[in-house]
Ligand binder design. Structure first.
Ligand code: NAP
Length: 247
C-alpha cells in the first residue's frame, strides 16, 4: 500500500489511461477523485473503483475545475496527487488545412486544461508537499512522419517543458512534478487507427518492443512517480513507449 492515506485527482479518469491509473492508485491505498466530462461514463468508472468518487467537469470550464478541487477538499480534506491526464486527439490533417477553432479546441483541453487544474490544486499540494504527474506523449518529444496532428504535438511538447518549469517553481514547497510520454496505447483515442489487422501490425512495428502499450503500463509509471519510491525525482520526463521515441 504505497499510497495509504493519500488523496488523488485523476483527470480523464473515466476511461483509457486515466481509468487504469485511477484503479492502480486505488489498489495502492489512495482515495481517488475521477473527473471527466461525460457523467454516465464517469459514474460507471467510479462504481468499478473502490474508494473513488466521480465529479463531472468540462476541463475547458474554469468553474467546473474549481468545483472538482473544492469538492475534493471538502469531502476528503486534502489533495496529495494530481494526475493531469485528460486529453483529446484532433482529426489528422496537414497544418495548412487546420481551422483555427479546431486548433484552439485542442489547446484549450490539452494545455490550458492542465493549467486550470494545476493552478487550482497547487495551494492544496503546497500543504501536503504533494505530487503532480503530467501525461504528455511521444508526440511531444519528436516529430513523426505522417503524424500530422500539430496542435496535439504542440500541447504535448508544452507539457514537457511546463513539467520542468513547475518542478522548479514548486520545489521550495517539496512538490514533485514529473511527466510520462506514452507511445501508442490501446484506448478509445487510438481505436480509429487500429481498425484493421494491417493497421495493428503497422502500429505494433512502430514500437521496437514489438507491440503497442496497455493503459495499465502507463498507470504503473504514474504509481511510481506518485509514491515515495520517487521521493528524489522531480522534473523527470519518462518515455513509456516500447522504445518508439528512441528510433
Ligand atoms: N492512447 C494513446 O496512445 C496515448 C498516447 C500518448 C499520450 N496519450 C495521452 O494520454 C491521455 C489519456 O489518453 P487516452 O488514450 O486514455 O484517452 P481516451 O481514452 O480518449 O480518454 C480521454 C479522457 O479525457 C477526458 N476528456 C476529454 N475531453 C475532456 C474535457 N473537455 N473535459 C474533461 N475531460 C475530458 C475523457 O472524458 P469523457 O469520457 O467525459 O469524454 C476521458 O476520460 C491523453 O492526454 C492523451 O493525449 C495517449
Amino acid at each position: 500500500m504505497k499510497l495509504s492515506g493519500k488523496v488523488a485527482i485523476v483527470t480523464g479518469g473515466s476511461r483509457g489511461i486515466g481509468f487504469a491509473t485511477a484503479r492502480i492508485l486505488s489498489e495502492n491505498g489512495a482515495t481517488v477523485v475521477l473527473t471527466a466530462k461525460n457523467q454516465e461514463r464517469l459514474e460507471k468508472a467510479s462504481s468499478e473503483i473502490p474508494n473513488s468518487l466521480g465529479i463531472a467537469a468540462d476541463i475547458k470550464n474554469k468553474n467546473d475545475v474549481k468545483n472538482v478541487v473544492s469538492k475534493t477538499v471538502a469531502k476528503f480534506g486534502q489533495i496529495d496527487i494530481l494526475v493531469n491526464n485528460a486529453g483529446i486527439f484532433p482529426k489528422i490533417k496537414e497544418l495548412h488545412m487546420i481551422d483555427e477553432d479546431e486548433w484552439n479546441e485542442i489547446l484549450d483541453v490539452n494545455l490550458t486544461g492542465q493549467f486550470r487544474f494545476t493552478k487550482e490544486a497547487i495551494p492544496y499540494l503546497q500543504k501536503t508537499s504533494g505530487s503532480i504527474i503530467n501525461i504528455s506523449s511521444d508526440a511531444g518529444l519528436k516529430a513523426y512522419q505522417g503524424f500530422n496532428a500539430d496542435a496535439y504535438s504542440a500541447t504535448k511538447a508544452a507539457l514537457i517543458l511546463l513539467t520542468k518549469c513547475w518542478a522548479l517553481e514548486y520545489a521550495k514547497d517539496k512538490i514533485r512534478v514529473n511527466c510520462i510520454c506514452p507511445g501508442v496505447v490501446d484506448t478509445d483515442m487510438t481505436k480509429p487507427f487500429l481498425k484493421t489487422q494491417k493497421d495493428k501490425e503497422f502500429m505494433d512495428n512502430e514500437h521496437p518492443i514489438g507491440r503497442i502499450g496497455q493503459p495499465e503500463e502507463v498507470g504503473k509509471a504514474v504509481l511510481y512517480f506518485a509514491s515515495d519510491d520517487a521521493s528524489w525525482t522531480t522534473g523527470a520526463i519518462l518515455a513509456v513507449d516500447g522504445g518508439e521515441s528512441i528510433k
